[in-house]
Design a protein around this ligand. Structure first.
Ligand SMILES: Nc1nc2c(ncn2[C@@H]2O[C@H](COP(=O)(O)OP(=O)(O)OP(=O)(O)O)[C@@H](O)[C@H]2O)c(=O)[nH]1
Length: 355
């Protein structure tokens, strides 16, 4: 029997580049305004998909709801959001749950057969041993033959059980690697292979709540990236981001965390930095490596203009929250941009170091 087509994931549903997505934004927002629909993320996703027009059924249902209600009941929005926007993710989660449940059911049946078999064997052993303790009778050959038969049955059953356990073991390994892949997809930025913003937020909050001693935050932002995109196009801009991701992964010290905070902005959490010098040394190494990047246009072999980045550094103190630490690093980054870019600016003036 043929399987129904797999529902697309969010990434497949919304593959647009910045410009195309911005054009859809301009169409989606007036739809929401016209019907007095709050432009929250759930509504926005629906009206964005509506503007894209690739799901006629969604458009028909949205048109009908606003016509019938002259507004947009939140329950209807949620249902459409589940049915059209996150259905791929919901299907994946359900399929994963079902696989685990099937596996547990199979193991339960196998264990229960094995227990029953062991009980029978135990009974025949008990009877056989009792018979063997009797004075030798002519029944001995029958007792031995019964024991031999039940031992053979037990052995066959154990072999089957082992075979099923091995199959379950490989199924568990498969499920584990599926879960690991899902976990990676949920925490990594797919373009640059460093953590995404969501994971970074969680990791920095965790680090601040457990041990902020020696914790430093580095924020970096590629310089004049808009200009680079405009001149060479987004695909080459994407390659720059991928190179920066690779450099971050290569240079990251032990216990460090590198993340793409958004667009062309990255954050790095460093540990064991008891003054800004070691954070500065890391940032300086990265700054030089970015400056040394030579990006080649594959079709023409032309080497593109030098890429540079600006850096803000902040050392966590006892009273820092996620927001306060991020704001200080961001302010320092802003200063680095104002001072001329391609440089590092520490958040605290007393430890000022120049690039
Ligand atoms: N190629 C590509 N570009 C992106 C991505 N995300 C954001 N951008 C672009 O990054 C640019 C950021 O531009 P701005 O915030 O004006 O900053 P800038 O041009 O780097 O200037 P300064 O930061 O002041 O040096 C915009 O053109 C975005 O379209 C992405 O994933 N890929």
């Amino acid at each position: 029997m043929s399987q129904p087509p797999k529902a697309p994931s969010i990434l497949e549903l919304f593959p647009e580049e910045t410009r195309e997505a911005a054009a859809l934004l301009k169409q989606a927002v007036p739809h929401m305004m016209r019907h007095d629909i709050p432009p929250n993320p759930m509504h926005y996703a629906l009206w964005y998909a509506y503007s894209r027009g690739l799901e006629p059924d969604l458009n028909r249902r949205l048109d009908k709801i606003v016509k019938d209600f002259d507004s947009f009941p939140p329950e209807s929005a949620l249902k459409l959001f589940r049915d059209f926007i996150i259905r791929g993710e919901i299907e994946d989660a359900r399929a994963g749950q079902q696989q685990v449940m099937d596996l547990v059911d199979d193991i339960e049946v196998d264990v229960s057969h094995s227990v029953t078999g062991s009980q029978h064997y135990q009974n025949s052993l008990t009877l056989g041993l009792a018979a063997l303790q009797e004075p030798v009778t002519e029944d001995l050959p029958n007792v031995l033959s019964d024991l031999q038969q039940s031992t053979q049955e037990m052995q066959e059953q154990q072999e089957k059980f082992l075979y099923r356990l091995r199959a379950a073991q490989s199924e568990i390994q498969h499920l584990r690697s599926q879960l690991e892949r899902a976990h990676i997809a949920a925490t990594l930025d797919s373009l640059t292979n460093v953590f995404n913003r969501h994971a970074f937020t969680r990791l920095l909050e965790q680090a601040l709540s457990t041990d902020q001693h020696g914790l430093a935050l580095v924020m970096l932002d590629i310089d004049h990236f808009k200009q680079f995109n405009d001149q060479y196009g987004h695909p080459l801009g994407d390659r720059v981001l991928q190179h920066v991701g690779q450099l971050l992964r290569d240079l990251l010290p032990p216990r460090g965390v590198a993340a793409r905070y958004g667009g062309e902005e990255f954050c790095v959490i460093l540990r064991d930095c008891f003054d800004l010098h070691s954070a500065h040394a890391f940032a300086e190494q990265l700054r030089l490596k970015i400056q040394a990047l030579r990006i080649k246009v594959r079709s023409t072999d032309k080497i593109l203009d030098t890429v540079t980045a600006s850096f803000g550094l902040a050392l966590a103190n006892n009273s820092d929250t996620f927001e306060s630490l991020l704001t200080r690093a961001d302010d320092a980054l802003y200063q680095a941009k104002r001072n001329g870019r391609n440089q590092i600016h520490p958040a605290t003036p007393e430890t000022a170091l120049s690039a």
